[in-house]
Design a protein around this ligand. Structure first.
Ligand code: ADP
Ligand code: MG
Length: 531
């Protein structure tokens, strides 16, 4: 059982004004020197084709204290999570039932419905690429209820466009540099080298993409990064390109859905995906794509026009390996996360020897290790048994059991719709009035989740570019750990090749419920392991 003697309320150590200023100069200079950067915001929201300036990413000055055993647990269970989500993505019956537009979330959520219908249509004709590839990030908060040992609880599991792998590695390096340069002014005995874990996300994530390229098996083919128009987080994406080129001799092509509408085409007989490029860039005028890596496409906003959906489905139809496939994107749904807490679900995907063979199943102990990371969750539309839709209540015009339970427990709950990218959840006091306003037919798309109680009174110094003085803000904070992994899977054997890669920490000030770095509520951080 994890326990820690570390006093979270003692964090961060006190610094004199001079120490604080020196540390800030060191930190921002290091960030600017090492590509820990963002493109600056513009009034129009557009970015120039040729970038010419950058600002440092929001960062913390100290690493975030985190119990070593719980960090180890997060890394350990990543293997099971990689396999779990790979197998969910291969289970069409399950995805149709939970996420589909006939029975599942897609029935009431237009975005999910569109994706599912596009996928279903392609499936009915027959998908040509049997392999799927995922870069994953499983997110956790420390859970510290009164009189109970600390634990980690999963916030969500991301299967599309997981970000901050590269920048997180650089923040870990930044904090190690601050330690070397200043020894953090001897302000804490915990601040020593062996408590700063290594973080090799760039190598690990690029290795995964290189595996996909290798599985595709065509020399000279390239990886397509599908990116958002106006993306500011490019310095989190570019290091993967450089690593793929330098270490694996794989070329990358970056395009938006908008561009791909004009440049992408399928070979009518082989379904090979080709992207047209100017002849003076590539003599043949086109490149073959081995792998489609999405850093866009996870929210409705990414599909400005029906043409963008058409482009997504064209890429899906191709024989390129998709990171992720639509199936894997749907597997990352919050509804799926909730369904996994229901009895027997983990056993279905991880313990079924008849289906996956003796070597393909996890032990009960490994399954429990993963299950321990779940918070309580339920669907708003469920009946008292929590497993079936509350049809009787609907017929009688009453609120479902799931809704009533959410009203009763509102103050310890967050409600989540089927969305990614931050800013969509409903918290605590806001729950009852939100439930009043939610049309009954939309309840199926929402889950209720018990709030994770992070340690109180812990703090950090947060530094943001663009504030005039560049002064760090001392704030009470909550830190969210993410563990990266990848999986390459499918084909006749349904085998899953996977690896755990590395980690990230995002730290938000306590007053904000949400924690998106890109949306401006939090900073990039790293780990200080404590016992
Ligand atoms: P998104 O897909 O928008 O990132 P998340 O499920 O990650 O959605 O929720 C956004 C943020 O809300 C998280 O980063 C976390 O700070 C907070 N949050 C989500 N679920 C919980 C929870 N159960 N307990 C406490 N905070 C939560
Ligand atoms: Mg999240």
């Amino acid at each position: 059982m994890a326990s820690t003697t570390f006093d979270f309320a003692s964090w961060p150590p006190a610094l004199s004004d001079t120490q604080l200023e020196t540390l800030t100069v060191y930190a921002t200079s290091y960030a600017l020197s090492h590509g820990l950067l963002y493109l600056p915001p513009t009034a129009s929201g557009r970015q120039p084709t040729v970038p010419s300036s950058a600002i440092h990413a929001p960062i913390s000055l100290f690493p975030a204290p985190f119990p070593r055993k719980l960090f180890d647990q997060g890394r350990r269970i990543q293997k099971a999570y990689n396999i779990l989500y790979a197998r969910i993505a291969m289970d069409e019956e399950f995805l149709d039932r939970i996420m589909g537009a006939e029975e599942g979330v897609g029935k009431v959520d237009d975005f999910i419905g569109q994706l599912w219908r596009g996928w279903k249509k392609l499936r009915d004709v027959g998908l040509v690429q049997p392999l799927q590839f995922g870069l994953f990030r499983s997110d956790y908060l420390l859970h510290a209820p009164a009189n109970e040992p600390l634990s980690i609880k999963q916030v969500e599991f991301n299967t599309i466009s997981v970000s901050f792998g590269c920048l997180s590695q650089k923040v870990a390096e930044l904090h190690r540099y601050l330690l070397s340069a200043t020894n953090y002014y001897e302000t804490s005995p915990f601040l020593k080298r062996e408590n700063f874990p290594a973080n090799d996300n760039i190598t690990g994530l690029a290795n995964g993409l290189a595996e996909a390229q290798k599985a595709y098996g065509v020399p000279g083919s390239q990886i397509l990064f599908v990116v958002q128009t106006g993306e500011r987080n490019v310095f989190d994406q570019r290091p993967l390109e450089y690593e793929l080129l330098e270490k694996h001799s794989i070329h990358i092509i970056r395009q938006t859905f908008d561009e791909l509408a004009h440049t992408a085409s399928l070979d009518p007989s082989t379904s090979v995906l080709r992207v047209a490029v100017p002849k003076d860039i590539h003599p043949s005028g086109q490149v073959e794509i081995s792998t489609v890596y999405y850093r866009a496409g996870y929210m409705p906003y990414d599909y400005a026009t029906p043409a963008d959906y058409a482009t997504r489905f064209l890429l899906e139809e191709s024989c390129a390996i998709k990171c992720p496939s639509i199936a894997l994107q749907l597997a990352g749904g919050k509804k799926v996360q909730e369904v996994l807490t229901q009895p027997g679900m983990l056993e279905r995907f991880l313990g079924d020897e008849a289906k996956y063979g003796k070597d393909g199943v996890l032990s009960q102990e490994e399954i429990e290790d993963l299950r321990k990371s779940f918070m309580g969750m339920w669907g708003l539309d469920v009946a008292e048994d929590m497993l079936t839709p509350d049809v009787d209540a609907v017929k009688a015009g009453r609120e479902e059991f799931g809704v009533r339970k959410a009203r009763e427990a509102a103050l310890s709950l967050v409600l989540k719709p089927q969305r990614e990218g931050g800013g969509n959840n409903v918290y605590k006091e806001a729950v009852p009035s939100f439930l009043d306003s939610l049309p009954p037919q939309e309840r199926q798309a929402w889950i209720a989740m018990e709030l994770i109680k992070s340690p109180e009174d812990t703090g950090n110094y947060l530094v943001r570019a663009g504030t005039e003085s560049q002064a760090p803000v001392k704030a009470e904070v909550i830190s969210e750990l993410g563990i990266f992994g990848w999986a390459l899977f499918g084909g006749s054997t349904k085998e899953v090749k996977e690896e755990e890669v590395g980690w990230l920490v995002r730290t938000k000030s306590k007053d904000s419920n949400e924690g998106g770095v890109a949306t401006g509520f939090s900073v990039l951080d790293s780990l200080l392991l404590v016992d």
